[in-house]
Write a protein that binds this ligand. Structure first.
Ligand code: ZN
Length: 416
């Protein structure tokens, strides 16, 4: 009984701690931004004009307000779900009616996940149609937005649900070492998705058209040639259908690789700037950032599966949340709900790692272009178009920024 009470107390404390620290980080960042809000800071004078700067401050503060509300709402929902007894009750009800098969238990997990994601829907809607709208970023229609949600739901039903069932089947098929098998199955699934997603899934949401013949295409192909980056094609994605935020990326492996540019990117950037952005992306590839990130992710999911298998053997863990030991499903569910209270504290580490890669990709781009100006020009424009916060508190950016700020990147590029 003591272990049960301690477990409840520890989980409650971890939830509260994460919530308090996140609110505190928001406050810290808000104050930091407000302290610099009066006038463009000296070091940024050359980078940004007064009007745009004022708007980045406004956008940052508005996002922070929404984020604070979101934090509190989600911790309340999670606490209610965990401590009200709703989970064991619905689990018992479901098993009595639908049964104990992997298909039934997988359906239970899927439905709980669906119900929880529905609670976040109103805020997502608000973020898109109120916040983003107010700052002129939203270009999505209500119809398209709901259609996207529906497609996402169907995709998770077709892809995610069978994967859940497979994991549960592996528990009965392979016994004690099921978690290793489940991990292997997840890896295979991820590789298959990485190959198929660009061909089968992305086109469900966006239109991809080949970049038309012309000077831009020639320039980018020359760049790919120069850096020995083989790509099947250069595609333009109609990102403007949903948002004015812009981006560039590539998808697929080996000879299936495709370079994708948002149409919004092409609208805003000059040709050398676009070339520099693509050079940055190629830099990620050349420095092998992608396989390294994938390996880290795979290691993370291995640890995750091991934890689930271990928790599934701990009677006190089940009892703390009102479950009877003996089935792995509640452990999977509880782990899914609680993993965030642990991984949150690792985010500064993950982000520091990711920021290091950004600097490396920037350096690669500057080397390839033989000048840093084009990339700097592109970053400035992107920053302006996205109204990114230029003065985050260092602790805040540690927890939330996967990319260095514009000023940090410029300073690094000029120092090369
Ligand atoms: Zn990057």
């Amino acid at each position: 009984m003591r272990a049960v009470n301690v477990t409840i107390a520890v989980v409650a404390i971890l939830l509260a701690l994460k919530w308090v620290v996140q609110l505190w980080l928001e406050r810290l960042n808000r104050r930091h931004v407000l302290a610099h809000a009066g006038a463009v800071p000296e070091v940024l004078r050359e980078i940004i004009d007064d009007k745009t700067y004022a708007r980045t401050v406004e956008y940052t503060l508005a996002k922070s307000r929404l984020h604070r509300f979101e934090l509190t709402a989600s911790v309340l929902v999670l606490a209610a779900v965990l401590f009200s007894g709703a989970l064991p009750w619905t689990f018992g009800w479901f098993r009595d009616r639908i049964g104990d098969s992997a298909w039934a238990l997988g359906a239970y997990l899927f439905l709980v996940g669906l119900a929880l994601s529905l609670t976040g829907l109103p805020l997502e809607w608000y973020a898109q149609f109120r916040l983003e709208e107010r700052f002129g970023f939203n270009t999505t229609t209500q119809k398209l937005w709901w259609l996207d949600r529906l497609k996402g739901l169907l995709l998770s039903l077709i892809l995610g649900y069978p994967l859940l069932v497979l994991v549960l089947k592996l528990v009965t098929w392979t016994g004690r070492w099921w978690w290793l098998w489940a991990w292997g199955a997840l890896l295979v699934f991820q590789v298959v998705m990485a190959v198929l997603a660009p061909v089968l899934i992305l086109p469900l949401f966006n239109k991809f058209t080949p970049l038309p013949e012309g000077s831009l295409r020639e320039r980018l192909l020359r760049l790919a040639d120069r850096t020995r980056f083989r790509a099947k094609s250069i595609q333009v994605m109609d990102g403007s259908k949903r948002s004015r935020h812009s981006n560039a990326f590539f998808t697929g492996f080996g000879r299936f690789r495709r370079i994708v540019l948002f149409d919004t990117l092409i609208q805003h950037l000059a040709e050398p700037e676009l070339e520099a952005v693509l050079a940055h992306e190629i830099g990620h590839y050349k420095r092998r950032h992608i396989p390294k990130m994938l390996a880290a992710g795979a290691l993370g999911s291995l640890v995750g599966f091991y934890c689930v298998a271990w928790l599934a053997r701990q009677a006190w863990f089940y009892q703390a949340f009102g479950f009877t030991p003996g089935n792995v499903t509640p452990a999977l569910l509880l782990f899914g709900l609680l993993a965030g209270v642990a991984t949150f504290w690792l985010s500064p580490l993950a982000h520091a790692w990711s920021r290091r890669y950004e600097y490396q990709a920037d350096a690669f781009a500057a080397q390839t272009m033989q000048e840093p100006r084009s990339l700097i020009g592109a970053l400035r424009k992107l920053n302006e178009k996205n109204l990114s916060n230029l003065t985050p508190h260092p602790l805040y950016s540690g927890f939330y920024y996967s990319h260095p700020t514009l000023l940090e990147r410029e300073t690094a590029l000029r120092g090369l």
